[in-house]
Write a protein that binds this ligand. Structure first.
Ligand code: PLP
Length: 375
């Protein structure tokens, strides 16, 4: 199999699985238990928190484990709106956020919030000024993702944070940094809430984290109960998942520079090989090296994904979370119909090779030469 869908999820390295197995089978104590076998796990959870915080470059005490990125996005938005309920009920976000943000915004609209959805240009880009101009005296929250999961576009979150301080210092800033984990410093970004997820960097599925900064004082708890996660997200800690997340974070930190160079090289090779195929065009001004969005203009993406899939090559048409439905991100770019129809995403990770990209480029060329385009 040739796996070119790391933005959907990534394989778990053996070292990560081993860390999880040890916790599942030998160190299975409940961190809330009083005896040493449990209390030891409380300490271990704090060690793991520090390991993940090191990758984000944020204070460990602000990092809260969640069950996934979706949970972090929902929690952050609701906590920001609740804290700022005296400021107003206006939210600014973008039309190209992950559905975890967009669907939560729709719920908040039903509950009385007003949401401004900013449209990017045809390249998928948005400027900090565009975001700041939409901020009003009653804007409770701004939510702008760091790296778009379909296009690889990087958004100017740090500039937005700096500008917000002047435009409306009360507005809280959330960034969904799920696709950027390992490439940014939360301190440098300056957002009040930062969402991440383990399974995009070789951690297990079913665990994520939300960094909550000091301006988000007394944030609204997500779950009331036994008081875990500093009283903000009750529920017995998912120790094995958290151990796996921490191990994946350590590996990502150790190999950060090598990984970045590897991905940049792959991105350049992929771009060259794919754009050599007639009718293939680049979509978006993506700058994250692990995501490449292209369109075989005129050839429907769903057919491409099925054809390549039947040959053991995994790429995606839009986000994996939107399978079968037209992607809201591609729709927001307002591309010509034939270009929009053919958009596929290739995404790379530490295990991707140039040979994988070669095989994918050949399969795409065969698809173009042997399949009928749309009329
Ligand atoms: N945000 C972005 C940008 C994502 O790409 C994803 C997953 O694809 C999520 C949020 C949701 O993360 P999770 O799968 O951990 O719920």
């Amino acid at each position: 199999m040739i796996y070119l869908d790391y933005a959907a999820t990534a394989p778990v390295p053996r070292a990560v699985a081993d860390a999880m197995i040890e916790v599942l089978t030998e160190r299975y104590g409940n961190p809330s238990s009083q005896y040493p076998f449990g209390a030891e796990m409380k300490k271990r959870v704090e060690d793991w928190r520090r390991a993940v915080a090191a990758l984000l470059d944020c204070p460990a005490e602000g990092l809260h484990f969640t069950s996934c990125g979706t949970e972090g996005d929902n929690w952050a938005l609701r906590a920001a709106v609740w804290q700022n309920r005296h400021v107003g009920n206006h939210i600014v976000t973008t039309a190209v956020e992950h559905s975890a943000v967009l669907e939560c915004c729709k719920w908040l609209e039903r509950e009385g919030c007003e949401v401004t959805y900013l449209a990017p240009d045809q390249n998928g880009s948005l400027t900090a000024e565009q975001v700041l101009e939409a901020v009003r005296p009653d804007t409770a929250a701004v939510s702008v993702m760091l790296v778009n999961n379909e296009l690889g576009t990087v958004y100017p979150v740090a500039d937005i944070a700096r500008g917000l301080a002047a435009r409306n210092p009360k507005t809280l800033l959330h960034t969904d940094a799920v696709q950027g984990l390992g490439t940014f410093s939360a301190r440098a970004l300056g957002a009040d809430f930062v969402t991440v997820s383990a399974h995009k960097i070789g951690g297990p599925k079913g665990v994520g984290a939300l960094y909550i900064g000091p301006r988000a004082r007394n944030p609204r708890p997500l779950l009331a109960g036994g008081g875990q996660e500093r009283g903000l997200r009750s529920g017995t800690e998912a120790t094995a998942q958290i151990a796996g997340f921490a191990r994946a974070a350590e590996l990502r930190l150790e190999n950060r520079e090598r990984n970045r160079a590897h991905l940049e090289a792959l991105h350049a090779v992929a771009l060259e090989k794919l754009l050599a195929i007639p009718d293939m065009v680049c979509v978006g001004a993506g700058t994250a090296p692990h995501i490449l969005s292209v369109s075989l203009a005129g050839w429907p993406a769903g057919n491409i994904v099925n054809d390549l899939g039947s040959q053991g090559i995994c790429v995606s048409a839009g986000s994996a979370c939107h399978q079968g439905k037209p992607s809201h991100v591609v729709a927001a770019l307002k591309l010509p119909k034939r270009v929009a129809a053919g958009v596929i995403r290739l995404s790379f990770g530490p295990g991707t090779t140039e040979a994988d990209i070669d095989a994918c480029a050949q399969a795409l060329r065969r698809h173009r030469d042997t399949r009928m385009p749309m009329l």
